[in-house]
Design a protein around this ligand. Sequence first.
Ligand code: DX5
Ligand code: ZN
Length: 226
Amino acid sequence: MKQCCINPSILSADFVNLAAELQRISTADAVHVDVMDNHFVPNLTIGLPVVQRIQAVSPVPLDAHLMIADADRWAPGFADAGLASVTFHAEASIAPVKLARELRTRGSKAGMALRPATPVEPYLDMLSELDMLLIMTVEPGFGGQAFLDITLPKIRRARAAIDGSGMGVAIQVDGGITEETIVRAAEAGANVFVAGSAVYGAEDPAAAIGRLREQGTRTLRPAAAE
Ligand code: DX5
Ligand code: ZN
């Protein structure tokens, strides 16, 4: 069975020592890079120039999570930087189909994120335009928040729609993922897991990645593992 993907979030890393912090998660599947603009979310992190430097030194592919307003204007630049995957928020895009196509044309995988209260149903017809659906399991903006169980039914509905259509869209969950909550998210149908504090808050991030991967893989639903 395919292993589940563990993408540590550098939001919980030491921003002064990013190069070294990236080396500590070299066994991860990708590094999750949270870009926040203080408009779409009430927090500010890093912009494209810093993301480009991370891209230059990272031992693993980049999975950018853009929590920024006016995604239609700014997201394509991240794909141009050669990132493996670029995820924009549905709530921040006026033309999500056009944007997803632009990301793919520029060579990135296209991801679209939904805040906890945003339903998946209005977007089911555009799943074929996406490589990944990110279902936020906390309100975006900060690391270290508690996992929202109210998002589990949405994960289940998204998994059922994806499996029913035979599409290979990944379901990523982000926020409050621990060795305990990863089991619930995987049972519901998620197969890509972002973990910030659970990885960087651990004494040994590589060991934490291993434990999360083991828990997630054990629970992964067969269809999600294909
Ligand atoms: C929150 C970010 C997450 C965050 C996750 O808005 O999108 O990626 O870093 O952190 P934890 O795993 O600590 O909830
Ligand atoms: Zn994130």
